[in-house]
Ligand binder design. Structure first.
Ligand code: NAP
Length: 300
């Protein structure tokens, strides 16, 4: 049994809402497994309170926070530094706070202003999970379904790893804008956008990686899939669904039935959390302890 005291380090999650989030359980499990005096709190922050909340974090002694929907983009103007990847993606999901209060008041002069640095561990967590599962990207066709926030991080990771990225989105203008935005930061990357009803053209691709970044198929709408039921899967493709609830989505079932590989978003969730934990503490947390507390033994 751990007790919170005046020495306990504070971490948290800023979002609106955050009550449903799995991050507090995941990070508190990591801290417990490492026997660290850390507590990770859900911090519901309404959009019109974001600036006040961010400015208050150093004063309250926080060492860092995760940032989730709808604040990942809006938080950037309130930070002192944004790492290049987060800048290119246009979203921050992890803030590290260095200040006289959250640091060591005895050794850091009181007048030292706090420094808030923004990171994006969604892209690096996604890539880490691909590597963990030995899913190749370099030189591979990568079909990204959707063009929202997660698609930005995923496409950045895939393009940096040498994948040829093609977004399919129901709003083609948004997808084209996303491809153009990323292209400015990654001039040598291959990035294209196509309309959702052109998805059938992917059938001829040799062994593509298909990544679902839409929420289609997420609990409680578990019987629907972003991939049309009548459309064949490109042979030897691998489907990576960012959804982790349910752990096996309808899209994954379609892929498995077609003899293709399939992964859920659990590995990305864990890896992005582990990378954030490492940014705050300098310690690589145990993934297994984090996964077990959420889902029991991991299924992929
Ligand atoms: P988002 O910014 O709202 O983007 C969602 C995208 O999906 C948009 O392009 C949206 O198109 C599209 N979309 C929604 N419904 C659709 C439909 N019926 N048919 C076709 N396209 C549809 O959301 P997000 O933050 O990117 O999150 C997307 C998903 O990724 C969520 O399920 C989230 O839980 C998951 N996620 C998982 C992880 C992880 O660690 N595993 C991390 C981040 C996100 P419109 O713009 O036209 O609506």
């Amino acid at each position: 049994m751990r007790y919170i005291s005046g020495k306990t380090k504070l971490l948290g999650l800023i979002g609106w809402p955050v009550a449903h989030s799995l991050s507090p359980a995941m990070h508190n499990a990591a801290a417990a497994a490492l026997n660290l005096d850390i507590v990770y709190l859900p911090l519901p922050v309404a959009p019109n309170q974001l600036e006040a909340a961010i400015h208050g974090l150093p004063a309250l002694g926080f060492h860092g926070v995760n940032v989730t929907v709808p604040h990942k983009q809006a938080v950037i103007p309130y930070l002192h530094h944004t790492e290049p990847a987060a800048h290119a993606i246009g979203a921050v999901n992890t803030i590290k706070i260095e200040s006289p209060i959250s640091g060591r008041p005895t050794t850091v002069p009181r007048h030292t202003p706090p420094v808030l640095s923004g990171f994006n561990t969604d892209h690096s967590g996604f890539l880490a999970d691909l590597q963990q599962q030995v899913i190749a990207v370099n030189g591979r066709d990568c079909v990204v379904l959707g063009a929202g926030g997660a698609a930005r991080a995923v496409a950045y990771a895939l393009a940096r790893a040498g994948g040829r990225v093609r977004f399919y989105a129901r709003r083609l203008v948004q997808a084209r804008q996303l491809a153009a935005d990323l292209q400015r930061h990654l001039p040598h990357a291959e990035l294209e956008a196509a309309a959702w009803d052109e998805l059938q053209e992917t059938v001829t691709l040799p062994a593509p990686l298909i990544v679902n970044t839409t929420p289609v198929g997420m609990h409680p709408d578990e019987d629907v899939s972003p991939w049309p039921e009548h459309l064949a899967f490109p042979s030897n493709s691998h489907v990576y669904d960012l959804i982790y609830s349910p752990q096996e989505t309808r899209l994954m079932q379609q892929a498995i039935a077609a003899g293709c590989g399939a992964s859920n978003g659990l590995g990305m969730l864990l890896q992005q959390g582990a990378l954030a934990f490492e940014i705050w503490t300098g310690i690589r947390p145990p993934l297994e302890a984090m996964a077990n507390v959420l889902f029991g033994p991991v299924r992929r």
